[in-house]
Design a protein around this ligand. Structure first.
Ligand code: NAP
Length: 357
């Protein structure tokens, strides 16, 4: 499925007026190979996209949100197309299933990147154990590849379940080291997430005065992404890790700053561990590794992931900084779709972050 430069691939977006959809639209505004043709909204169909995202008005002066039927119209006119789902978990699977059926009926070959939690577990029972209800489309689970693009370079799939933003940060730091037997499987993690991680719907806990000047842990050792990370690591490495995750809400709007603690299985310097990680990501345009902690502000607003390593004796501290909306969601999903359609891995994703904002 490689695309001639002259024929943009039409792309649709689910979850249209949410934060991740807005980030996808921002990244797609300068993408050389995809053309946004449908932005599905359950609440704002008919309204200009710029009404929800005024910062994108110049990029999309005419584009309007559409109902789900807008996707069928897109599929009817295209032999192949792409779909990014930024719908909530629980709702995404049904909407993606309907889109796949509509594409098949129209004879359109559809590639999907799902950014929700709906296709992240291979086993529907594992999904049900976390979300407390039957999986909405269990028959589709085997058709999805699961992981970050860096860890599945040869995937032949056309449907991708991108890990969540916490999981993306953890997996980038952990998978090469766990897979190589470099660290023991007991891992403790804290991660400070920004307020956009909670989505667009305000709540008391995400209200600006409550959040702006503080940091607070939430769902300690009980967060829904903990089993997700364990499952992703198992699938990527065959190793069962024992993860203790304590997420924290921070005052920043964008970005996740993760710190992981583990023990080295055999002695190594920080430079040696960093070199192993750097070798694992030698082909990645996005992942960098250092023997110093990264800074969140250096990756926020970009698709970059900055990893850091510190060692004392057999103790290892790993740091991972990413942007939750970009690398942790819309950017990671676009990476998958770039690859699927034969575009450069960093097409639409090369823009650096603002550095301060
Ligand atoms: N925020 C992050 O940092 C982040 C990171 C990784 C993954 N994710 C995942 O990405 C997805 C979007 O996250 P978000 O932060 O953008 O959330 P959000 O701001 O709440 O946006 C989700 C959007 O989905 C639409 N929606 C609501 N109910 C729906 C339904 N029943 N069916 C279809 N669409 C519905 C709504 O837009 P309309 O009213 O326009 O339809 C809503 O604004 C979620 O699954 C989330 O878990 C988020």
């Amino acid at each position: 499925m490689s695309a001639p430069a002259s024929a943009p691939i039409p792309i649709g977006i689910l979850g249209g007026s949410g934060y991740v959809a807005g980030e996808a639209l921002r990244l797609l505004a300068t993408h050389p190979g995809f053309a946004v043709r449908a932005v599905v909204s359950t609440s704002r169909a008919g309204e200009p996209v710029a009404a929800a995202f005024p910062h994108l008005a110049a990029a999309y002066p005419e584009l309007r949100f559409g109902p789900a039927e807008a996707l069928a119209e897109l599929f009817a006119t295209a032999p192949r197309a792409a779909l990014l789902s930024a719908a909530p978990h629980g709702a995404s699977a049904g909407a993606v299933a309907a889109a796949l059926a509509a594409a098949a009926a129209a004879g359109c070959e559809l590639a999907v990147a799902d950014l929700s939690a709906d296709f992240r577990f291979a086993d529907p029972a594992a999904w049900s154990a976390v979300y407390g209800r039957p999986h909405p489309a269990p028959e589709l689970l085997p058709t999805f590849a699961r992981g970050v693009p860096e860890h599945l370079p040869a995937s032949a799939h056309s449907r991708f379940a991108h890990p969540g933003c916490f999981a993306t940060a953890f997996l980038l730091a952990l998978v090469p080291l766990v897979g190589a037997g470099r660290i023991a499987p007991e891992i403790a993690a804290t991660a400070i997430t920004g307020s956009t991680g909670s989505g667009r719907q305000p709540s008391a806990a995400t209200h600006h005065p409550e959040r702006r000047s503080t940091v607070v842990a939430y769902a300690p050792l009980a967060h829904r992404h903990e089993p997700e990370v364990v499952a992703f690591v198992r699938e990527a490495t065959g190793v069962e890790i024992d993860l203790a995750l304590v997420p924290q809400s921070g005052p920043q709007a964008r970005g996740i700053y993760a710190t992981l603690h583990a023990r080295l299985a055999r002695p190594a310097s920080a430079a040696a561990v960093a070199a192993e990680l750097a070798a694992a990501y030698a082909a990645s345009p996005f992942v960098t590794v250092a023997t110093a902690p990264p800074r969140l502000v250096d990756v926020a607003g970009s698709n970059r992931a900055a990893l850091g390593v510190a060692v004392r004796g057999d103790r290892l501290a790993l740091f991972a900084a990413i942007d939750n909306l970009a690398k942790g969601a819309a950017g990671g999903g676009l990476q998958w779709l770039n690859r699927r359609f034969g575009f450069p891995e960093n097409a639409g994703l090369a823009v650096p972050g603002p550095g301060w904002f």
